[in-house]
Design a protein around this ligand. Structure first.
Ligand SMILES: [Fe+2]
Ligand SMILES: [Fe+2]
Length: 283
């Protein structure tokens, strides 16, 4: 192993210390993994963290869920939204916190990544609902975390990686990362997700979002998030590297629509995306 590769390996080993998951969210994940866990335990953990409680209530009361201003307590949120939605909300809040911390040099790039993550999560939820395939909440969470491995490179080489992701080199990020670091963000992100204790199917999304057919799982969730990632680039960021059209991408997620239905889907997905951005405090 070269000196650079072994240095990178050492840094990866330190991943947990570099990017700890906020305490309350870690506890929520740990409790949710326990088959004997009760909703009351999850509620108890969230309530112990006032900042997290506030953020959960803010999103629960957003137009996203149709209960504007009616949900005043975490207990009430659990009743109307359900246990899994509450768990996923708490995790997505924590991921936002993780994206928010790091070197000031990378602040703009990390903010752009968080916007991309939220957009992808929102489009994944709309896609899953339209296709009636994957769980919409799980799809949202998968979209939120799919590129989380990029955060590691921001920590490891802030200036260099900021240039890689912000300058259009004509290469996609996976190719550029492999050339520079010998490892790319899907693999790094999966290690990160495993260290945090994220559910296996979410770690699978992180690992295979650029090659959804390679997954060992049934592929539905990965397929939805992979398609959402492509649509996010098509609509918000930059053209897709492979020139895939809206129809190609929707077909890959199992959605076959007429041109006018596709127009309506895009209108709905973009309206949902704006609502998610507002709920999560994006300006
Ligand atoms: Fe990616
Ligand atoms: Fe992405």
């Amino acid at each position: 192993m070269s000196a650079a590769a072994s240095c990178l390996e050492d840094a990866l080993d330190d991943l947990v210390e570099l990017r700890p998951f906020p305490g309350a969210a870690s506890q929520v994940i740990a409790v949710s993994d326990n088959p004997d866990a009760t909703a009351r335990e999850v509620i108890g953990i969230i309530k112990q963290d006032p900042a997290l409680s506030l953020k959960v209530l803010q999103v629960a009361n957003s137009p996203l869920y149709g209960f504007s201003g009616e949900i005043r307590t975490v207990d009430h949120a659990a009743v109307v939204l359900g246990f899994r939605t509450l768990r996923n909300l708490a995790i997505s809040m924590a991921v936002g916190e993780v994206f928010g911390s790091g070197d000031s040099i990378t602040a703009k790039a990390r903010q752009d990544m968080w916007t991309h993550a939220l957009s992808c999560g929102s489009i994944a939820r709309t896609l899953a609902t339209a296709a009636g395939s994957a769980n919409p909440d799980e799809s949202f969470l998968g979209g939120i975390v799919h590129d989380v491995g990029k955060l590691f490179f921001f920590d490891y080489q802030p200036e260099h990686y900021s240039r890689i992701v912000t300058v259009d080199t004509g290469k996609n990020s996976v190719t550029a990362e492999l050339e520079t670091f010998g490892i790319a963000h899907p693999d790094v992100g999966q290690r990160c997700g495993q260290n945090w204790g994220l559910p296996d199917e979410i770690n699978d999304v992180i690992c295979f979002h650029h090659e959804p057919l390679a997954t060992d799982f049934d592929g539905t969730l990965v397929g939805v998030v992979a398609a959402a990632n492509q649509l996010t680039k098509l609509w918000c960021d930059a053209p897709n590297d492979d020139g895939a059209t809206r129809t190609d991408i929707l077909n890959s997620a199992g959605i076959d629509l007429s041109p006018s239905e596709e127009e309506e889907f895009e209108r709905q997905a973009l309206a949902d995306m704006i609502a998610v951005g507002e709920a999560y405090g994006l300006t």
